[in-house]
Design a protein around this ligand. Structure first.
Ligand code: OSB
Ligand code: MG
Length: 366
């Protein structure tokens, strides 16, 4: 196979409402869409980078540079997705840039082989259970109002963003209204070792898990908290590679991993972490980075693998965008799940040319 053309698009999609975590407030989903073309067939991938390095070290600018100068030349030599994933491990970091291009190569494989991504990755589910991640707001009452709306809409699990000063009140408020609804909390690295006693007190809220209380590099605090807390600790930012997943598990820093293919450096690495966690008895679920329909389409395929046993952060397109990049929105089905795309091919046939044009800020062809 010869890759004849690679395109990079910087796309900025307005979010219906700003999404705030302890570390970032986003009004738009910025990302780089990658397309690879071979013999008239086109594969798509998404690098869900932000404009600022507030979630990981990457940004739109760094990913663009790394894709253009290092990864695209490599993909032209190693266009088979697993071979590309292996080849690009010579470059340190740059997980989202790698993941975006690797996804495009997988998506192209789907077109060439006439197969769904779920079938190529070893997926077994036809639909996946999903929850919704609810951002921070100045007022707890407003967050709880949104939770009611999402519950009515059918979401089976709620993830609340928390931060120091906006945690116990919010979780208690949630529990006083919903004593049966599965609850998770995500701190996006906002606490420190001194907060361990405070975080231990969250056991009373009967949560499925507590996600990433401490900074990504701080495995020691996660180990200490998991030892003392009944609630499962889940790692997100800490697990940016297969070997960091192996390390976190061996050190008992978590009982749970949020798998995001973009953070781990691609679909191949995400499948590896999934397999590792299955062997080691670690529960996994599919996280998200507010992806457009293109990244969401790939996340759904990944979440169809058998080890994904908790509801993912894969919500309906309408939860994020007025108008997505795909022609049809991704929605909950009658079982309150989301269907895994099972047609023979990639996402190209679903892309809405008009919204692509409308939201593209920069385009380069290689
Ligand atoms: O920590 O999981 C996170 C969004 C942006 C950055 C980090 C995170 C999130 C989410 C939203 O929680 C997940 C989604 O709905 O895509
Ligand atoms: Mg998280």
């Amino acid at each position: 196979m010869v890759i004849e053309k690679v395109e990079l698009r910087y796309v900025s999609l307005p979010l219906r409402t700003p999404f705030e975590t302890s570390t970032a407030r986003e009004t738009h989903k910025d990302c780089i869409l990658v397309t690879v073309t071979s013999e008239g067939q086109r594969g798509w991938g998404e690098a869900p980078v932000m404009l600022e390095p507030l979630y990981s070290a990457e940004t739109v600018e760094t990913a663009w540079h790394v894709l253009r100068d290092f990864l695209i030349p490599l993909a032209k030599v190693s266009p088979e997705p697993a071979a590309f994933a292996k080849a690009c491990s010579i470059f340190k970091g740059q997980q989202m840039a790698k993941a975006g291009l690797e996804a495009a190569l997988w998506d192209l494989q789907c077109e060439r082989r006439g197969a769904s991504l779920s079938s190529l990755l070893g997926g077994t589910r036809k639909e996946v259970e999903v929850g919704v991640s609810v951002g921070l707001e100045p007022e707890v009452a407003e967050i709880l109002r949104k939770v009611r709306e999402y519950r009515e809409r059918g979401y089976q699990r709620i993830k609340l963003k928390i931060r120091p000063g906006q945690d116990r009140d919010l979780l208690a408020g949630f529990r006083s209204e919903h004593d049966d609804l599965p609850l998770q909390a995500d701190a996006n690295c906002a606490y420190g070792a001194a907060d361990i006693p405070h975080l231990m007190s969250f056991d009373e809220f009967d949560m499925v898990l507590l996600e990433q209380p401490f900074p990504g590099e701080d495995l020691v605090s996660h180990i200490a908290l998991q030892k003392k807390m009944n609630t499962s600790i889940c790692l997100d930012e800490s697990v940016s590679s297969v070997s960091l997943a192996r390390q976190a598990i061996a050190l008992k820093a978590c009982r749970n991993i949020n798998i995001k293919q973009a953070r781990i450096g691609g679909l191949s690495a995400a499948v590896e972490v999934h397999d590792l966690c299955r062997d080691q008895g670690i529960d996994v679920w599919c996280g998200g980075l507010l992806e457009t329909g293109i990244g969401r389409f790939h996340n759904l395929a990944l979440a169809s693998l058998p080890g994904f046993c908790l509801p993912g952060d894969i919500s309906e397109s309408g939860r994020y965008f007025e108008q997505d990049i795909l022609q049809e929105p991704i929605v909950l089905n009658e079982n309150r799940n989301i269907d895994v795309p099972d047609f023979a091919g990639g996402v190209d046939r679903l892309v809405c040319v008009e919204s692509l044009k409308r939201y593209t800020q920069r385009l380069d062809v290689f």
